[in-house]
Design a protein around this ligand. Structure first.
Ligand code: NAP
Length: 285
C-alpha cells in the first residue's frame, strides 16, 4: 500500500491513476501538483486528490511514491524542481509516451539514472485531456510498460509494478529503445497520420463540403486528431529518430500504392488491401 502518493500533473493519466488506486483502497493520501492552482482545486473538488501544492519540492516531501504525468517537454523542469526534496526510500516513476527522452532528462538532472527511478508508460488513454476526463477504469485490462535500467533497484520496479497491478493493468517490461520503436509504429505514426490528414483536408478550398459529407470511416480514422497538440508535439520530438524512420518507410509505401493506382495495377492493389485486411482482422480478433 502507498502511504503518500504525489502526482505531478493531475490530468487524464495522473487523475485516472489516482482514481483507480483510491477505488482499490491502495493509497492513504494523494497530493497533486502542477502549475495551475485552479486545475488542482478542480481535482480536489472531484475527489481525485486530497490536497495540492504548486511548489513541486513541497509536493514531493514525505511521499513514498511520486508519479510524473506531465507532457514530455516538461519532464526535465519537473525533475529539476524535485531534485533534493525527495524522501529517502521514495520511488519515482512516470507516464511519458516515449522513454529515451525521459531517461536522458533524468540522467542530465541527476548526473546518472538514480536507483529509485522506474520509467513507465501506460498504454491507455483517450483523445481527451485534463482531470475532468480521468476515470478509475482507464487502466483495467490495459498494458503498462516499464523500462527499468540496469541501475534501477529491483525493489523499486516491484513497487511500481504492484501499483499498476492494483489498477487492473497488465505490466510488461522491455528496454527503452525497443519501447520507443514499438510505440513509434503502433501509436506515434497513426497519430501523426491522423493529424496530417485532417490538416491537409482542412486546407483544401472545398473543406466545408469535405467535412459535411465525411462519414463513419473518416470519423474512425481521424478520432485521434482531436488529441492534445502540445502532448503530440512533444512526443514526436522526443521520439524523433524512430518516428522519422517510420515516416520514411511509410512514405515509400504510399509511393508504391500511388504507382499501382497510376498503372491500374489491379493485382497489386488488391493484394495490398487483402494483406492489410487479414492483418487488421487478426489484430482485432
Ligand atoms: P493532460 O491531461 O494534459 O495532463 C497533463 C498535466 O500536466 C496537467 O494537469 C498540467 O497541469 C500538468 N503540467 C503541464 N506542464 C507542467 C509543468 N511544467 N509542471 C507541472 N505540471 C505541468 O495530459 P495526459 O494525457 O494526462 O498526459 C500526461 C503524460 O502521460 C504525458 O507525458 C503523455 O505523453 C503521457 N501519456 C498520455 C496518454 C494519453 O492517451 N493521453 C497515454 C499514455 C501516456 P497544469 O496545466 O495545471 O500545469
Amino acid at each position: 500500500m502507498i502511504r503518500r502518493l504525489c502526482i505531478i500533473g493531475v490530468g487524464l493519466i495522473g487523475g485516472s491513476l489516482a482514481r483507480a488506486l483510491r477505488a482499490a483502497g491502495e493509497v492513504e493520501e494523494i497530493v497533486g501538483a502542477s502549475r495551475d492552482a485552479a486545475h488542482l482545486q478542480k481535482a480536489v473538488d472531484l475527489g481525485v486528490i486530497d490536497r495540492y501544492e504548486t511548489d513541486l519540492s513541497a509536493a514531493v516531501a514525505g511521499a513514498d511514491m511520486v508519479f510524473v504525468s506531465v507532457p514530455l517537454g516538461a519532464m526535465r523542469t519537473v525533475f529539476e524542481a524535485i531534485k533534493g526534496s525527495l524522501d529517502t526510500g521514495a520511488v519515482v516513476t512516470d507516464a511519458g509516451s516515449a522513454k529515451g527522452s525521459v531517461v536522458e532528462d533524468v540522467q542530465s538532472v541527476f548526473a546518472s539514472v538514480p536507483a529509485w527511478f522506474v520509467p513507465g508508460h501506460p498504454i491507455a488513454g483517450t483523445e481527451e485531456s485534463g482531470v475532468e476526463a480521468s476515470v478509475a477504469e482507464l487502466y483495467r485490462g490495459r498494458r503498462v510498460i516499464l523500462t527499468p535500467l540496469p541501475e534501477t533497484r529491483v525493489e523499486a520496479t516491484l513497487r511500481v509494478r504492484s501499483m499498476w497491478e492494483a489498477t487492473g493493468a497488465v505490466v510488461r517490461e522491455m528496454d527503452v529503445k525497443h519501447h520507443d520503436e514499438i510505440l513509434a509504429a503502433t501509436s506515434h505514426l497513426p497519430h501523426l497520420l491522423a493529424f496530417t490528414l485532417v490538416e491537409s483536408l482542412a486546407r483544401m478550398s472545398e473543406k466545408r463540403e469535405i467535412f459535411e459529407y465525411a462519414a463513419g470511416g473518416f470519423r474512425d480514422f481521424t478520432r485521434i486528431a482531436s488529441s492534445d497538440p502540445v502532448m503530440w508535439r512533444d512526443i514526436c520530438l522526443a521520439n524523433r529518430d524512430a518516428v522519422l524512420d517510420l515516416l520514411h518507410h511509410f512514405g515509400k509505401d504510399l509511393d508504391v500504392l500511388a504507382s499501382a493506382i497510376r498503372n491500374r495495377d489491379e493485382k497489386s492493389i488488391l493484394q495490398l488491401f487483402q494483406d492489410a485486411k487479414a492483418a487488421r482482422d487478426m489484430f482485432a480478433g
